[in-house]
Every structure is written in C-alpha cells, then in structure tokens.
Design a protein around this ligand. Structure first.
Ligand SMILES: NC(=O)C1=CN([C@@H]2O[C@H](COP(=O)(O)OP(=O)(O)OC[C@H]3O[C@@H](n4cnc5c(N)ncnc54)[C@H](O)[C@@H]3O)[C@@H](O)[C@H]2O)C=CC1
Ligand SMILES: N[C@@H](CC=O)C(=O)O
Ligand code: NA
Length: 458
C-alpha cells in the first residue's frame, strides 16, 4: 500500500488511490459519493480517497453521474495496478474475477457487490486475499444497504446462528408486492423494477431466484462460518406465481414472498448440517416479513443466545447499495492509514449442505377435485399415508372463470361439478410432502394439483 503525498499543492492530506470498475447503477452512485462527499470521507479516513479512474466499455457514454472525461478508461489492468483499493461494480464472472485476482495479487484491497461471483468462487478469492494479507469486503453483495454481513461475522461471532431467513431480492419483492397490492401484471412490475435500478443486468437472475440463491450461500457462509456455494442452494423463482396463487394466498390470510432460508438441521440419518433454499413462500399477513414492501429487504436471524434479530432496509438501488460499498471502503481505508492487520472472511468450520428433502415446513396445496362424496376422505388418507398431517382443509367452489368449457362452448354442467380444495398441512418433511403430492395426483377424484406452496411463520 502506498499512501501517496498529493501533487496538488492545496491538498495537504495524503491520498489513497481508488479504482472503480463499472459505472452503472451502483458504480455511478459510488462515483458521486467519492466526489461530492470527498471532504467528509477524508476527515473520517485521515487521507483523501482519490478516484484514480473508472473502467468502462465506452468512455464517451452518458452516465447517471458524469465525471471528467479523462477519468474514464478502457484499460482495466493498468487502472487496477495503480490502485490501493479496487471497487468492483461490473457484475458477472469475467472479467470481474480476473481483475479481483489481479488486485489481490498486487496486495490491493477489494470491495465488491458481486454476489454471483462470490457464491461461485468466494472460497478461492477469500483464500487468495488471506494469503496476500489484504482485504476482500462485500457488504453490498447481500441485502443492499442493510448491514447484515458484518453483524453476522463480527457482532454474532460469539453466538451460534441456527437460522437465517429473509427477503434478499428487491426486484422480486417489488414485483410480488405490486401484483398483490395493485394487481399489476408480472411483466409491467418487472419493467418498473428494471427502470428503478433494482434488477440485475439480466433480470432472469432475479426472477428465477438465482440472485437470492447466491445471497443465501453468502449468508450461510457467514452465519455458519463454513463455505457454501450457490449450487448447494435449492432454488425456485417467482415466474410460476399466478394471479390465482395470489388470490388463494390472500383468501387464506397469507402473502407470497420470495424467501432465502439457511438453517441448521439434523438429517434423518443423524447428520448435522444445513439446508439452503430459496422459493416463493406463504407468510401470514401479520408476520413482520409480510410487511416488507417494494424493493426493501429484511433478514431474520435466529441464534442460540441472542434469540431473534431482524435487519431491515433498502435492498437494492444505486444510492443504497453505494452506501454499503462506501462503508467497506472507508473501513479498509482507515486500516490502510492507521495500520493493523486487515481481516478477510476465512470460513473454518465444516457444515455439510444437506438435500432440501430434509427440510421441514408447512405447505398449502390447492387441488382441483370432483365434487362428490368420499373426496375428502380419499385426500385425507393419501396425506396420512406419507405421515403428513392436515392443519386445515377448505373446499371452495370454482370461480366462474375457472369453469371448464367444452368444445361445444357449453359451460361445465352440474353432472360433473368440481371444486377447489385448499389444504394447509402441519410441518412436514419436504420429501414426505413430495410423495404425498405424487399420490394425490394419481387419485381418480383429482383433476389437477393446482399449486403447492411452502408456508413459514405459522
Ligand atoms: N443494482 C443494485 O441494486 C445492486 C447491485 N449489486 C451488484 O453490484 C454490481 C453492479 O450492479 P449494477 O450497478 O446494478 O449493474 P449495471 O449493469 O447497472 O452496471 C454495471 C456496469 O459495469 C459495466 N461492465 C460490465 N461488464 C463490463 C466489462 N466487461 N467491461 C467494461 N464494463 C463492464 C456495464 O457496462 C455497466 O455500466 C453487480 O454485481 C450487482 O449484482 C449489488 C447490490 C444491489
Ligand atoms: N437485483 C438485486 C440487486 C441487489 O442485490 C435485487 O433485486 O435485490
Ligand atoms: Na448489505
């Protein structure tokens, strides 16, 4: 590290050189803060944070926050080599990974918001940073502005975290909230989320749950002090959620949220480990997570001694995420100025990732059935066969729109009436529920299993 003495005569403080890789939604806001809050930052750090350059594809492009033209460069390697602290805000795996490795190899500190990269190659990068005696900080990578990784790593270091459950993706929470409260169409709500800067460059990562899965792996990594990768996270996105699901949830007193859950469990064979899962989940309307609106995030943490903690705040967007990036940057810069060893996350435990079939939760199963005597008994026995027990079962008539229309265009007649059966189960093992659904599908009184949604917080 070089704390350089400034060449400009009016600058009396030493300076740390900052390389910014990427000037999109988040990078532009980081550039703004570094420029507009330069004095405040210098006072807090004890050195100026000098923007050495910004790596972009097109130096002449327009950006949310415009810097002098000479600061933009297409030579990422030279920029990285010139910096004390590298802020990687491009996203994606390459060239982000190689540039981070290069920075670490140079002994520079790195701040990133790149959860996709960390959930794939975090162990490798943390090990490289530890080896080089430098820091790799990533608070922005999970739940945007919310300080959640530092509390897990530091504040709760003397406790045992048993479960982390949260809304960790702003885009999907925004979409689900819009669908639930305004009846917005999925595509319109997604377009708004993109416009507002919440979505990933390819929003498939958001709506298919991959972004939340990456965050679940990172959260588990810090909570359980053990390495987890994205491919160990069971993942279902929100693309199959329909207006009918929202209606059924609402009628039953629930709201649908995409949750990321990491929990310690003991499997049927006695193996202690963790299950990591991301899926749309029904939450009772009065549950605190049900009240998390728009692109806000919230993370519940359950520990042996502290009990239950909840972290809440803006989970996406340029300025909120830039706040987390700047928090990491100032913290690193202070250390560079004042000395002392930098700490990089080094997971030391071994906590095996267990299959999702071992997870236990409740379920809401909506089934379309023939409306005739014996149906309820047939369903109840199929459920009991797999050791699942029913908390409530409600039969609702099919809405007009749902009536089957024959080719002759005549509405479904009274001779073969159907209804919807909405079952809420008690907590059951995921694999038993899957077997139950398979059996139910085979019953001749069942026309269709319309939806199966997990329920938390009952
Ligand atoms: N937008 C948000 O709310 C949040 C984003 N993040 C993460 O922060 C990072 C940046 O996100 P955004 O600013 O939203 O993305 P963005 O897509 O708005 O900005 C990324 C910028 O990097 C540039 N870039 C990407 N690859 C490049 C390459 N090979 N060469 C040159 N330039 C390249 C793009 O042209 C773009 O200007 C991502 O890792 C994202 O997952 C994390 C938390 C919240
Ligand atoms: N696309 C992400 C951005 C923040 O991590 C989200 O929607 O949460
Ligand atoms: Na955060």
């Amino acid at each position: 590290m070089t704390v350089t003495t400034p060449s400009a005569p009016h600058d009396s403080q030493p300076a740390l050189k900052i390389a910014l890789l990427g000037a999109g939604t988040v990078g532009s806001q980081v550039a703004r803060i570094l420029t507009e809050d330069a004095e405040m930052l210098a006072a807090r750090v004890g050195a100026r944070l000098e923007l050495a350059g910004v790596f972009v594809r097109n130096p002449d492009g327009r950006r949310d926050y415009q810097l002098p033209r000479e600061l933009y460069t297409t030579d990422a390697e030279a920029l990285v080599d010139s910096a004390d602290i590298v802020l990687e805000l491009m996203g994606g795996i390459e060239p982000a990974k190689s540039l981070i490795e290069r920075a670490i190899g140079n002994g520079s500190a790195v701040v990133t918001g790149n959860k996709a990269l960390l959930a794939q190659s975090g162990s490798e990068l943390f090990a490289a940073a530890a080896e080089a005696g430098t820091q790799l900080s990533f608070e922005a990578s999970v739940a945007g502005a919310i300080p959640i990784l530092r509390p897990l790593r530091d504040s709760l270091a003397g406790d045992t975290v048993t479960r982390v459950m949260g809304i960790a993706n702003g885009t999907t929470n925004y979409i689900l909230d819009q669908m639930d409260t305004t009846g917005a169409a999925f595509d319109d709500a997604l377009a708004d989320a993109q416009e507002l800067g919440y979505a990933e460059a390819d929003p498939t990562a958001d709506i298919e749950g991959h972004d939340a899965a990456a965050k679940a792996a990172i959260l588990a990594n810090l909570a359980f002090h053990a390495p987890f990768r994205i491919d160990e996270v069971y993942c279902e996105g929100i693309t199959r959620i329909t207006a009918a699901d929202n209606e059924a949830a609402s009628e039953a007193g629930y709201v649908i949220k995409l949750l990321a859950i990491a929990e310690r469990i003991t499997a049927g064979d006695g193996t202690a480990g963790a299950v990591l899962r991301v899926h749309p989940t029904l939450l009772p309307r009065e549950h605190p997570l049900a009240a998390v609106r728009g692109a806000f995030n919230a993370v519940f943490v359950e520990t042996q001694n502290a009990g239950e903690l909840m972290f809440y705040g803006p989970g996406a967007g340029g300025a909120p995420t830039a706040s987390a990036v700047m928090g990491d940057t100032v913290s690193i810069a202070r250390r560079l100025v004042r000395g002392g060893a930098g700490r990089t996350h080094t997971p030391r435990s071994v906590v095996p990732a267990l299959p999702v079939g071992e997870a236990r939760t409740s379920y809401m199963v909506v089934i379309r059935v023939a409306d005739r005597p014996g149906v309820l008994a047939a369903i109840a026995s199929a459920v009991a066969e797999h050791g699942v027990s029913i908390e409530s079962m409600r039969q609702v008539p099919l809405a007009e729109d749902d009536l089957v229309v024959e080719e002759s265009d005549e509405a479904y007649t009274d001779e073969a009436p159907e209804s919807l059966l909405r079952i809420i189960t008690h907590e059951a093992k995921e694999q038993n529920l899957a077997a139950t659904v398979a059996t139910i599908k085979e019953l001749d009184v069942v026309t269709e299993v319309v939806s199966v949604l997990r329920v938390e917080g009952n």
